[in-house]
Design a protein around this ligand. Sequence first.
Ligand SMILES: Nc1ncnc2c1ncn2[C@@H]1O[C@H](COP(=O)(O)OP(=O)(O)OP(=O)(O)O)[C@@H](O)[C@H]1O
Ligand SMILES: [Mg+2]
Length: 199
Amino acid sequence: MGRAIVVSGTPGTGKTSVSKLLAKRLDGIHLELSRIVEDEGLWLGRDEERGGTLVVDAEKLADYLRARISGSEDIFIVDTHYGELVPPELVDHVFVLRLEPCTLWKRLEARGWPSSKVRENVEAEILGVCSIEARSVFGEKVCDIDTTGKDAKSVVEEILSILEGLEECGVLDWLEIIGPEALDVLAQGSSCTPAKHRS
Ligand SMILES: Nc1ncnc2c1ncn2[C@@H]1O[C@H](COP(=O)(O)OP(=O)(O)OP(=O)(O)O)[C@@H](O)[C@H]1O
Ligand SMILES: [Mg+2]
């Protein structure tokens, strides 16, 4: 039976760049869920309050993934903002990519996103929403990876050494690492200064 490694995280943390490279290194298959949802029509409607983004049909997506993954012998690298939608019985590991909040703000702003959308996502990163949600479904299978100051290749090397059992993984909490100043970025916006921290 095929197995899944989930790569999750706030938008802009590097999921797609890392997943593509990880799939190459593991000789696996990269599945970008947002594309699959769109291409296969696995959605219920559009959320007009969120700029018309698609509302995923969680049940159809889970069925699609079960059929695609358990019917195969391959390793699948599942690239998604919604890690918790992947059926847990298929999943061996979940890597949640994390990024220092000010760096994330600047990266999302460079995409030309409105500041309300940048703020919402940076807020989610500060609070660790993806990580908390992943942990509520996958428990100990979840590893937070600090990607700050690292290119996709180094992030993939770190993931590979965790998979080989050479490195431990854990939970990352920006409020603990940076302190309450982690929240300052929400007031400062693009004039913020990236926090220095040990990874
Ligand atoms: N480790 C990195 N260091 C610096 N820049 C990076 C890194 N990884 C990705 N980027 C850049 O950040 C941007 C976001 O990367 P990517 O598209 O992989 O993120 P994502 O998490 O898949 O985003 P989305 O959730 O919107 O799909 C891209 O412009 C990419 O070139
Ligand atoms: Mg992506």
